[in-house]
Design a protein around this ligand. Structure first.
Ligand code: 13P
Ligand code: SF4
Length: 313
């Protein structure tokens, strides 16, 4: 491929978007160069809501595999492209549909709730899907007399149990990036920046979530920062979010909790990959129709319940 400058790549992407009637969605953890070309940058809930309702023929999903899969399941008539096909989510891959089936067989009366960070095969086994923006409210609204299986994030699950008082059977998956946060890291930041609130993603362990001021989805963090009067904020999530926070609120100083909080998969997509994706219509993400039919139900139920309860943490 010929060498293009960033400016030329951006121009070409804009032309190709028009030609294909495409939109570009980017998760808040994507590289700045990708966030800046996107039509919409957001958290998992916001991106699935857009994927479910838009007039485009093509969605270029700059995120990880389960996000593009979710977009396809909500809009199966559209072409959904993931610019780097290896971009996956380590936590989503920690749960398999077959194993979940066996766990469900041991708890026949339980409701099964999946975090959106899960494969289509796992979603197909579930009653309800949640994201970090609505998980607390949606679990709280479930019938009190039902046992709940929560898959795959044991940390998000434990944080929900602590906040809602609901008992859940937790799958033992976790996010390797958010697992890196330790109590010592938070204590050190508190000593160094005593006036800066600590905002944390609920994929972190309950021990460290208890030490933070707010546990929020990445979209919730963007909203929090807009309304805080603080001049400095400690950010305990993947570093990509800080690009968006700086763009929207440049006068605040953002202190990453740790420079190690990088999700390698979220960093795979470069501007060049977005261009190649639109030029070659690759990589198409689809789900077999028999699985899609089952897996889309918990996602649709989530979107309906979320709208009914006006969630958005
Ligand atoms: P959000 O839905 O809060 O953006 O989180 C997605 C994710 O993968 C966090 O690791
Ligand atoms: Fe998955 Fe963690 Fe990366 Fe989010 S940050 S996509 S949960 S591996």
């Amino acid at each position: 491929m010929a060498f293009f400058s960033d400016k030329e790549m951006v121009e070409r992407i804009v032309q190709l978007k028009k030609k294909h009637n495409a939109i570009i969605l980017a998760h808040n953890y994507q590289l700045g160069e990708v966030q800046d070309i996107a039509d919409f940058t957001g958290d998992s809930l916001e991106l699935s809501m857009i994927a479910a309702k838009n007039d485009a023929d093509v969605i270029v999903f700059c995120g990880v595999h389960f996000m593009a899969e979710t977009a396809y399941m909500l809009s199966p008539r559209k072409t959904v492209l993931l610019p780097v096909k290896q971009a996956g989510c380590l936590m989503a891959d920690m749960a398999k549909g077959g194993e979940l089936k066996r766990l469900k067989a041991r708890h026949p009366d339980a409701l099964t709730v999946c975090y959106v960070n899960s494969t289509a095969a796992v979603k197909a086994e579930c009653d309800l899907c949640v994201t970090s923006a609505n998980a607390f409210d949606l679990v709280r609204a479930l019938p009190a007399d039902r046992e709940i299986i929560f898959v795959p994030d044991m940390n998000l699950g434990a944080n929900i149990m602590n906040a809602t008082g609901r008992k859940m059977i937790l799958w033992q998956g976790f996010c390797p990036t958010h697992m890196r946060v330790t109590a010592e890291m938070i204590a050190a930041r508190r000593r160094e920046f005593p006036d800066a609130p600590v905002i944390i993603h609920p994929e972190c362990s309950p021990e460290v979530v208890a030490m933070a001021d707010e546990a929020l989805s990445t979209g919730g963090m963007c909203r929090y920062v807009k309304s805080t009067g603080a001049k400095q904020v400690n950010v305990a999530t993947e570093l990509g979010l800080i690009h968006r926070l700086k763009k929207e609120n440049p006068d605040i100083v953002y202190i990453p909790l740790s420079e190690q909080m990088v999700c390698p998969d979220m960093k795979m997509i470069r501007l060049h990959d977005v261009l190649q994706s639109l030029e070659r219509m690759r990589y198409k993400i689809t789900v077999p129709e028999d699985i899609r039919e089952k897996a889309v139900r918990p996602i649709q139920r989530m979107l309906e319940e979320s709208a009914r309860l006006s969630t958005g943490r």
